[in-house]
Each structure stands twice: as C-alpha cells, then as structure tokens.
Ligand binder design. Structure first.
Ligand code: HDD
Length: 712
C-alpha cells in the first residue's frame, strides 16, 4: 500500500467505474515507490551494481572450478534458495485483488469508525479469497469453505475483516481449532486427500463433535463449490460490536452480498474443473478485473441492540449459529469494488497478513470464545510465516495511517527510527509519540467497557448446547434441488470413509438428529440400516425456514461477467455472429469464440476469423452458457466433430442454457436434447433476449431428470 506520505487522494480513487479508470490506477501505482518496474532499466545486483554477464559464473579458467569470490552468483543463488516461505497452515491456496470501499451514507449513529462516515470517502482495500484445506498448489474448485478476508486501509489504521463464505463455523471454542484442522487436513501417513474433506479423520472428528453439525451442513451444500469467487457471499461469522461517538454500542454481524448473485458449480463440474483448470477461480477473478467487469459486494450488518442480547433461541456468542435474516434483516452500509489485480502474487497475495485483532475505533469484539482465541493466533502465525514481528512493514501490510511507537529492531526491520527515546513516557524526545485520549477528535482506540463479574472456569455455556436446530433450519430452507445436492454430497464424502463405524456414527448420531429424511437417504446410499429416530430431543425454533439461505433466491440480476462460449467452425456466417456478439456485449457478458482448433476459421464469405481458444482448450465446464453460431457448413463441421458434440452434451448435462442460430436446431434434435426453457434457437432479437434471460437464471433446474440420461 502507499506510504502515509504518498497516500492516494480521494479524487485519485473515486469514479472507479468511469472510463478513465485505467489512468487512475496507473496514477495510484506511480505513487507507490516500492512497486518496481524494470522497463528500460539495467540489470543490477541487490546492492545496485550493474551486471555485465548474467550467463556465466566466475571460474578459474573456462573449464575450471567456480570461485567462491563470485558475489554476483552467490547473491543470486542465496536469494533463490530462500524464495519460498512457509505456506499458511490453513487457507494456503488463495488469490487476491485490490479495490475500494465506499459507504452509502454517514453511519454516525451506529459507529464512529471514520471510514463509515462520509459517502464521498473512498477507502482502499485488499481482499484475499482462499480455500481452507489444500496446500498452495491445490485445485480451486474442491469442496471446501472459502476464506473471504478484507483489509481496509482506513485513515485510522487497518481494519481486517477475516471471514468466510459461510456464516458459521465448525467449532465453538478456539482451543479446538488445532484438533479440527489436524482432522480436516490430509491424513498424516500418506498426505491424502489434497484439498478435500472426504476422508476418515475429518468425519471421525465431526461425527464425535456435534457442534460441527451446522457448519458441516453448509460444507455439504452448494456453497462449498462456488462457481466463482465473485459469486460468493461473505460473512464475518462472529458477533462484533459497533460503537458510536457517544459510546453507545450494538451487536452486529458483518455481511458481504455479491452483486453478481450467489452461484455455485455442480459437483461434476467442480471435479472436472479441478483437473481441466486447477486455477479456475483465480483465473476467473483475474480476467474479470482485467476486462473491466469489476466485481462488487454490498457491505451490511445485522444490528442487535445490546438490550436484545438474550432474545434469541441461540446465543449470539456461539459461532455455530447465524441470525436468520428474516429475524434481523441486513442493513446495507456501503459497497466494495475490486478493480485492480496485484502486480506480484508473492509480494501482495502471499505476504498479506490478516489478523482479526486489527480493528479501528468504533469497532469492538464480542466474547465469542472462537473469536477470542483468533485474536492471539493470527499475529503469532505471521511471525513464523513472515519471519518476525515486523510483518506490518511489508508493503502490502503497511497501514495508510502513521504508526509511530517505541517498538524497535527485530528481524527485517525496514523503518529507520529517528529519535532516542524508544519508550513512553519520555522527556528526551519531548514526550513523542504521545497517547491520544479516546474522547479527543480522532481519538485513540478504547475498548467497550463491558461489565464482567464471573468465576474463572473452563466451561461451555449451557446456551451453546443446541447443535442441531440450525442445521435443520438450513436443510429445510433449501429447495428440493439443493436438498438433493446435500444428500449426494454426504453420500459421496461418507462413501470415501473407510471405517464403517464412522459412517454409521455420522448417520445415526448427527444426521438423524438434523433430519430423518436426510439421514435415511444417506444411509440407503451407504448401504447402512435406516435410522429409526433422533437420539436428541428437537429444540423448537421460532422459524421453520429461512428463505434467505437458499441460493435459488440469490441469483442476482443481469448477466454481467457471465461466460458464454460461442462455437464456430469454417463456414460460419459472420453477420449472424456479429449480431449475437453485440446482443451479449450489450449485457456485459464475457464472450469467447471457440473453434475446432486454435487456428482462425474461415467465414462463409471467405474471411479469416480469429478464435479465442479451441473447444478442447476451454471446455464447456469453464462456461455459463453455449451458443452455436450458424452457417450450414459450420454446423455440418461442428456436428461431425466429437469435441464439439461433447461440448454441447456436457453443457446440457450441466443444465446450462444452450442456444444457436436457427440452423442449429437440427443438430440439437439429432443429439436428442429435449426442448426446455434453456434450449433455444433463432437468429433474431427475440431469440437473443430469451438466451440472455436463460443465462440470468443460471441453470435450467427442470432439466435435471432429462440430463441424467446424457453420458458424463
Ligand atoms: Fe482462521 C487464516 C477465516 C477460525 C487461525 N482464517 C484464515 C484466513 C481466513 C480465516 C479467511 C486466511 C486469511 C488470508 O487470506 O491470509 N478462521 C477464519 C474464520 C474463522 C477462523 C472465518 C472462524 C470464524 N482461524 C480460526 C481459529 C484459529 C484460526 C479459531 C485459531 C485459533 N486462521 C488461523 C491462522 C491463519 C488463519 C492459523 C493461517 C494463516 C494466517 O492465519 O494468516 O492463524
């Protein structure tokens, strides 16, 4: 981030969606002295010495031994030897982007946090999305929770909102985190599976720890296989506090709602993508930003007055519970737009260090015991991961706000501290740096003075004891399609568990207590006896269902950024193609022309037409929809090309909208594709409109039964 001195002016960041955005970005980057651009520069050593020969090491004769004296080679190899740093113990695989946050209005009644006071105020952010289980090189589309970590570079210091794409967590107390992570990570003897939870140690742990039931339900739902990082909700998970200038506090839960809709992959797609493009999610985010399809989220809070703390049928401090939005709606506070890709993955995405303990005045923690433990863990982890306590000096972590204090030295210290008094109070440096009273304008951080009178105990509050009701609420809030996906996911995962007693325990002691239909269906798929009854008495909830939890209600609007494959071959009619492309461009869809190979095709009028990729290079699983471009010769070529046939059949199987110019209908018929709202042909505005509308609905769920007959 820019140093304080070089902090971007609001006018340089504002208007992010305007055409001169590229210029603005260039200006912003030119302010950041640490960004190194080698264009036109001489090759030098780290000490600034120009290098004359970068091809040969210094030797005693051209066939003689290398000389220790070769400081150029030694510097280069020493640096190389240390190029890798320990990966994150969890959330190792991730991808990041820069952007900005802008509040919709002044939220002074709610919080005194400076970045939420002025709708003109732009706060830079850096976001890192991640999977949890797999190592840095694992696939993007595995079934897993996704990290959603946002660093706000506010004028009052950095605020890190280190959340996930699911609103609850597996455990209630941080002391269980190492156990949980050891269970979900690859098994210790053979380091398998990479990037997945379908193995014995995970299911052993979660079947023994029923507080995980709700979160496991989310992990078995479509939320765990997001279509894109752009189509995920984000959650702060814990209850936090917002505090205004009068010292009045409210409990809040933080939410990120994607403007792009909340969309997921199908399991078959997710598995295929993990092989065909293991970078699918990071590529998608990168390309969306490069092409100006900036993803946007609405930032909001559920607000609970402190007086209402005990008005719910769960405990606000229990991180395995969510507050249904039907009980407390989300109040929108502002928007976040991601509009700039990093220049260097390592320096930015890898070295960024998030800590839930990084908060600013106006925000405070709650006593959630999971959050309390996290406040210790993250700083500690950065010390070993980034090599010492000065990780805040790494450019991506530097606050925009000044950070003078008496902390000195240690590994990797970059700041040259002037002054002699590295202590406070002092009289030698006239007392600087000094405290700022909380009551002053732009006052110092002050914790909410919560009254606590308690015994020092190792105990779980009885109000944390209900583990199944919200898991049931989630399952019963799903559409029939989503429920089927959940049943299939439990069956798949438990099917990979070798020990039958673990499968049986999950079915009988967890699933049966959530929903007997779910438990019986999974038992049948595993060949286990059907459980007869729940073992734990059901706790009645105020709500029977929460529609806000079903993705079917969260599709978003429009097709901005949705990916459409247009299949072309020799003989394609350029005019028809042009009208289709224009119709899709008008909706800001991301279009790729795919040919039988990467070579240009020849149009019906004999002109060469460049394609973006071959159908093999960019398979149907990478797209949201397919259009077959017309022209009799082109269709003849496509229908005789096995890759093209597979492309269309696979898109059909994955319930994607498929359209084509009028002549394509014959081909669809010959493939025995059944007519439905997402299978269209025509070469006029009406047909294009129907195609756009089908893409907006994401998938043709009614096709599921017919699609089963299509080969995988
Ligand atoms: Fe954590 C990383 C989210 C519980 C300890 N966590 C990490 C990241 C995210 C989360 C998004 C990656 C940040 C990045 O992109 O660099 N973690 C969560 C959420 C939790 C949670 C939403 C529960 C609500 N985590 C949690 C607990 C502990 C940790 C209870 C320890 C007691 N988490 C860590 C860590 C990591 C981490 C070991 C690994 C790398 C890092 O911190 O920087 O400290």
């Amino acid at each position: 981030m820019p140093s304080k001195k070089n902090a971007p002016k609001e006018s340089q960041l504002a208007g992010t969606q305007t055409p001169d955005r590229a210029n603005t970005n260039a200006k912003l980057q030119s302010l950041e002295a640490f960004r190194s651009d080698a264009t036109g520069q001489a090759l030098r050593t780290n000490q600034g010495v120009k290098v004359a020969d970068n091809q040969n090491s210094l030797k005693a004769g051209d066939r003689g031994p290398s000389l220790l004296e070769d400081f150029i080679m030694r510097e280069k190899i020493t640096h190389f030897d240390h190029e890798r740093i320990p990966e994150r113990i969890v959330h190792a695989r991730g991808t990041g982007a820069h952007g900005f946050f802008q509040p919709y209005a002044a939220h002074a009644a709610l919080t005194k946090a400076g970045f939420l006071q002025d709708p003109e105020k732009i706060t830079p952010v850096f976001v890192r999305f991640s999977t949890v289980q797999g190592p840095r090189g694992s696939g993007d589309t595995v079934r897993d929770v996704r990290g959603f970590a946002v660093k706000f570079f506010t004028d009052e210091g950095n605020f890190d909102l280190v959340g996930n794409n699911m609103p609850v967590f597996f455990i209630q107390d941080a002391i269980k985190f190492p156990d949980f992570v050891h269970a979900v990570k690859p098994e210790p003897h053979n380091e398998m599976p990479t990037g997945g939870s379908a193995h014995d140690t995970f299911w052993d742990f979660v079947s023994l720890v029923p507080e995980s039931a709700h979160m496991v339900m989310w992990a078995m739902s479509d939320r765990a296989i997001p279509k894109s990082l752009r189509t995920m909700e984000g959650f702060g998970v814990h209850t936090f506090r917002l505090i205004n200038a009068k010292g009045e506090a409210n409990f809040v839960k933080f939410h990120w709602k994607p403007k792009q809709g909340v969309l997921s992959l199908l399991w078959d797609e997710a598995q295929k993508l993990a092989g065909k493009d293991a970078d699918f999610h990071r590529r998608d985010l990168w390309e969306a930003i490069e092409t100006g399809n900036y993803p946007e989220w609405e930032f909001g809070v559920q607000i609970v007055p402190q007086a209402d703390e005990h008005k719910f049928d769960f405990d606000l401090l229990d991180p395995t519970k969510l507050i249904p939005e039907e009980l407390v709606p989300v109040t929108p506070l502002g928007r976040m737009v991601l509009n700039r890709n990093p220049d260097n993955f390592f320096a930015e995405t890898e070295q960024v260090a998030f800590c839930p303990g990084h908060i600013v005045p106006g925000i405070d923690f709650s006593n959630d015991p999971l959050l309390q433990g996290r406040l210790f863990s993250y700083t500690d982890t950065q010390i070993s991961r980034l090599g010492g306590p000065n990780f805040h000096e790494i450019p991506i972590n530097r606050p925009l706000a000044a950070n003078h204090n008496g902390q000195r030295d240690a590994q990797h210290r970059v700041t040259l501290d002037k002054g002699r008094a590295a202590y406070e109070p002092n009289s030698i440096d006239a007392g600087w740096p000094k405290e700022t009273p909380a009551a002053a304008e732009d006052g110092g951080f002050e914790s909410y003075p919560e009254r606590i009178e308690a015994h020092k105990v190792r105990q779980r509050s009885p109000s944390f004891a209900d583990h199944f009701s919200q898991a049931r609420l989630f399952f019963q809030s799903m559409s029939p399609t989503e429920q089927e996906h959940i049943i299939a996911a439990y069956s798949f995962e438990l099917g990979k568990v070798e020990r039958e007693h673990i499968r049986a325990r999950e079915v009988n002691e967890v699933l049966a207590n959530i929903d007997l239909k779910l438990a019986r269906r999974v038992a049948a798929n595993l060949g286990l006896p059907a459980p007869k009854a729940a073992t734990v008495k059901e706790q009645a909830l105020t709500l029977k269902a929460s529609p806000a939890l079903s993705q079917m209600n969260l599709l978003g609007s429009g097709i901005k950024g949705r990916k459409v494959a247009v299949l072309v071959a020799d003989g394609v009619e350029a005019d028809l193609l042009d009208s289709l492309v224009k119709a899709l461009q008008a909706e800001s869809a991301a279009i790729k022309l795919l040919g039988p190979s990467s070579a240009p095709v020849t149009t019906s009028s004999g002109q060469p037409l460049a394609v973006d990729a071959s159908m093999e290079g960019l398979p149907s699983v990478a797209f949201d929809a397919v259009w077959v471009a017309g022209g009799k010769a082109a269709l003849k070529a496509l229908s005789g090309d096995g890759t093209a046939v597979h492309f269309v059949l696979e898109a059909y199987k994955h319930l994607k909208p498929i359209g084509g110019d009028s002549d394509a209908q014959g081909w669809f018929d010959s493939l025995h594709l059944k007519a439905d709202s997402g299978l269209l042909s025509g070469s006029d505005k009406k047909a294009y409109k129907a195609f756009v509308s089908a893409i907006g609905k994401h998938r043709v769920w009614k096709r599921e039964a017919a699609a089963k007959a299509v080969p995988a």
